[in-house]
Design a binder for this molecule. Structure first.
Ligand code: HEC
Length: 179
């Protein structure tokens, strides 16, 4: 009987594998960041660098500054070529209700029914970082081009088919909505 024991004892190598494989999996998933999309990581680091001056909720700041990071530099500095009139704002309201509210919510809180399943969630226009840190030129670029073809690969669609004046009016409208 005693002679049979060594035959059923698992080898040391197998025991080592039982320990090393899960340890490697934990390291890969959480330390090396294999679960995190590579293009998101530099953004998260950039956010850490600037977040000292931001008093808003950290998730809100991370999302807004992450979006800003994918907007071309020259687009951020763009300004409306002419002032947005009250008539244009009224038109922007009805466009918002038809095209945007389904995701961003009727009051722009990011709580529209079609946005519930999205990750990242539609932006809440009442957020402090959106109001204080997102240049109008960047918002104009995002509404025109969407974010699906940027490294964010998120659910914000492109509305480039709209005339430029109407995009600028929507930009002004969503900023006022969140104030
Ligand atoms: C299908 C859902 C959906 C629709 C419809 C939609 N959005 Fe978005 N929007 C999003 C998501 C999701 C984000 C956040 C994307 C991210 O974090 O990468 C976003 C982000 C934004 C931002 C980001 C902040 C910025 O300044 O760039 C603005 C502005 C915006 N949307 C405006 C609009 C406007 C205006 C419309 C309508 C013309 C609209 N959205 C329609 C889903 C949507």
């Amino acid at each position: 009987m005693a002679n049979e024991l060594p035959a059923v004892r698992p080898s040391r190598w197998l025991l080592a594998l039982y320990v090393l494989v899960p340890a490697w999996a934990v390291w890969y998933l959480f330390v090396a960041g294999g679960l995190v999309q590579p293009e998101v990581r530099p953004v998260a680091r950039a956010v850490e660098g600037v977040s000292a001056g931001v008093a808003a909720a950290p998730e809100d700041a991370e999302q807004i500054l992450g979006i800003l990071a994918v907007v071309p530099q020259d687009a951020r500095n763009a300004r409306p070529p002419r002032p947005v009139t009250d008539a244009m704002l009224a038109q922007a309201k009805s466009q918002y209700d038809t095209l945007c509210a389904v995701c961003h919510g009727p009051d722009g809180r990011g709580d529209g029914p079609a946005g519930a399943a999205l990750n990242p969630k539609p932006v809440n226009f009442h957020g402090r970082t959106f109001q204080e840190r997102m240049p109008v030129g960047a918002t104009h670029w995002v509404v025109k081009n969407g974010l699906g073809n940027t490294p964010r690969r998120s659910g914000m669609p492109a509305f480039g088919q709209l005339p430029d004046d109407q995009i600028w009016a929507l930009v002004e409208y969503v900023r006022r909505l969140g104030r």
